[in-house]
Design a protein around this ligand. Structure first.
Ligand code: SER
Length: 630
């Protein structure tokens, strides 16, 4: 079965059962400051899971592009990916567990012809605060699954969400494919990582909202949210043992093989897989209509780390990494029919890869120079003038570590332990110049030194712990950040966009928006700096709309009607049959999921804090709403 056949089969199955198809949303969540990437099909649906009415109804299905960086250490094994496609179906207060389980079972066994005995499922075992999910257990049994195929687990395994501190959550039932290998131990089950069980689908019963104080309140509508991993299912259906053997990766894997052969080099299998996975992931991130480029912050930084990891792996194998663009082009060619944005943004993708390659190659050389000097000084006595103290990472800082942090400022003399390069120094080389430990060890060995690899690992783990905490912080606040403040700022964003078009011209188009409870940030296309006078006029227009106390009107109309009536559409997303248009009569009409303030009079006073360049041809405005008269 091909990937496209699988996508079509999934969507058709759920269409035939009353679901409406929605397009894959951007990989970069709109108006959601709590996550860097769309990590599941449910992200773009959070307002609807919380009760907003979806224009296409209560049964939805899609194939969503997702990025999950939490699995980065697992990439290179048989099944874990950073970028993947998630096929999903949703009930927004419509069907519940019975129909969900029954449709999943039917799709797996009747359409995909997976023998029922090859399935294993998990159900929520219950705990002090929540009862066991006996209903789901009973439903699986009614489809013939035996006790040996049903595994009850606690909250750790069988409770999904919220993504942050607050938001929709509930018990889930995960569906696994049993590869048929013998159990690795008495207690072997889906929670075990021996490879016997591969998770393919997760049905979440989003019945609760976790509140700020940790309490669970019943959602006013009971939802079902499911997600199935396309790459994994394709692997299983085609009798492969890992995702890299499927058509989705095989062309890249073959090219890598040919490349190393032609240069008489060897890239170890795990590295080959990581290269292939990351090339695909960065191609999709760069190819997103929101056009994120490598940088030292947020999504741009993740992108940079992935690209540099690939370059480093090539360097490790002794292969020049200028092949990066041609590898990315294979992915573009392979996916552009399904994700046209890759074709549309091809020039941007390849140009950014070229630039990042050029930038990193320079840094690598610089790092090598510094490392060698340090090794010189290690042999000669004290570190020289131009020790590792030199060189501020700034734009060139790599990989792990907070961007821009001058990690080399610490005393490099700590790097000397007899003829052993200290773990701390090895970590600094990794952190600042992106040198993997084996690279540093090799350099040192050539010079007759050894490296304290254990010390390196300790530093590395300490650092990872810090990053984990930082990224947990990033998720704090929850997906469900749909407070009255964000709704008001969202309405202010629409007014701002309209005012900018009025003052600067119709060519102003939104390129990004990020709203927290405190402020809005709005990126738009414009070639030059906006003058103070122009900003003052923009502010005045927004404040005039506020003072007029205009009702914000929601219309659900066809995209054609929206277009005809002059609504502004954000980015190049495809829409369904009906779209939501939020209108602020006399000022703005915009296709948008909401939520918004009910009346502009609720907004208070609008003030622009800052206008600056965001990237080439894109400007950024930060603004706040202040209490009226404040
Ligand atoms: N949201 C659930 C998951 O990510 C089901 O899609 O697993």
């Amino acid at each position: 079965m091909t990937a496209q056949e699988l996508r079509t089969m999934y969507l058709n199955f759920f269409r035939e059962r009353g679901h409406r198809e929605i397009p894959s949303a951007s990989l970069l969540p709109e108006n959601d400051p709590t996550v860097l990437f769309t990590t599941a099909g449910m992200h773009p649906l959070v307002p609807y899971l919380l009760g907003e009415k979806h224009p296409l109804g209560r049964r939805l299905t899609d194939v969503q592009k997702c990025v999950r960086t939490c699995d980065i250490d697992e990439v290179g094994d048989d099944v874990h990916l950073i970028f993947f496609e998630m096929m999903g179906n949703w009930s927004l207060g419509d069907y519940s567990k019975e129909e969900s389980v029954s449709m999943s079972f039917e799709f797996l066994t009747q359409c995909l012809h997976i023998p029922p005995e090859r399935l294993a499922v998990t159900v929520f075992a219950g705990d002090a605060g929540m009862p066991r999910d006996q209903e789901t257990e009973r439903l699986w049994k009614s489809h013939g699954l035996t006790n040996e195929q049903i595994f009850p687990y606690g909250r750790e395994e069988n409770w999904w969400g919220p993504v942050g501190h607050t938001g929709p959550c509930g018990p889930d039932t995960e569906i696994f494919y049993d590869c048929g290998k013998p159990k690795c131990s008495e207690s072997c089950g889906p929670a075990c990582h021996c490879g016997k069980y591969v998770e393919i689908w997760n049905n979440v019963f989003l019945q609760f909202n976790q509140e700020e104080d940790g309490r669970f309140t019943e959602l006013k509508q009971k939802n079902v949210d499911t997600g199935m991993g396309l790459e994994r299912v394709l692997t299983i259906l085609n009798g492969k043992t890992n995702v890299y053997e499927t058509e989705l990766f095989w062309p890249l894997m073959e090219r890598l093989e040919a490349l190393s052969e032609s240069r008489g080099k060897h890239i170890p299998q795990r590295d080959r897989r990581i290269i292939a996975e990351h090339v695909r992931a960065v191609t999709f991130i760069l190819g997103d209509p929101k056009r994120i480029a490598p940088s030292n912050t947020e999504q741009g930084y993740i992108l940079r780390r992935l690209i540099r990891r690939v370059i480093r792996l090539f360097q490790k194998a002794g292969i020049e990494s200028d092949c990066l663009c041609s590898l990315s082009d294979i992915i573009i060619g392979q996916y552009r029919d399904v994700y046209p944005e890759l074709g549309e943004n091809r020039d941007f993708i390849l140009e950014e890869l070229r630039k990042e390659h050029a930038l990193f190659s320079r840094t690598l050389e610089e790092g090598l120079r510094k490392a060698n000097r340090y090794l010189d000084s290690l042999g000669a006595g004290s570190p020289g003038e131009d020790s590792l103290r030199a060189g501020s990472p700034g734009e060139n800082s790599l990989m792990a570590g907070s961007p821009g942090e001058d990690s080399l400022a610490a005393d490099p003399a700590g790097g000397r332990i007899g003829t052993m390069l200290s773990g701390e120094l090895a970590f600094k080389l990794y952190d600042t110049y992106g040198f993997p430990i084996e690279f540093t060890a090799e350099l040192a060995r050539e010079r007759g030194f050894s490296v304290d690899e254990e010390g390196f690992r300790q530093k590395f783990e300490e650092h990872q712990e810090k990053s984990r905490k930082a990224s947990a912080g990033k998720f704090a606040g929850g997906l469900a950040e749909h407070s009255a403040e964000t709704a008001r700022l969202h309405t202010a964003t629409h007014l701002l966009g309209a005012a900018l078009r009025k003052v600067l011209g119709e060519e102003v188009a939104q390129r990004g928006s990020n709203i927290t409870a405190q402020r809005l940030r709005f990126d738009f296309s414009y070639a030059r700096k906006v003058t103070k006078e122009e900003l003052a006029r923009v502010e005045a227009i927004v404040n005039q709309a506020i003072s007029r106390k205009i009702d914000v009107v929601l219309e659900e109309i066809s995209p054609q009607e929206a277009w005809r009536t002059g609504a502004v559409g954000v980015f190049s997303e495809k829409y369904g049959d009906l779209v939501k248009v939020y209108a602020i009569p006399g000022y703005s009409r915009e296709i948008c999921g909401g939520p918004h303030a009910g009346n502009t009079g609720e907004l208070g006073r609008f003030r622009i804090l800052k206008e600056e360049a965001s990237s080439a041809g894109v400007r950024r405005i930060k603004a706040v709403l202040e209490p009226d008269g404040g």
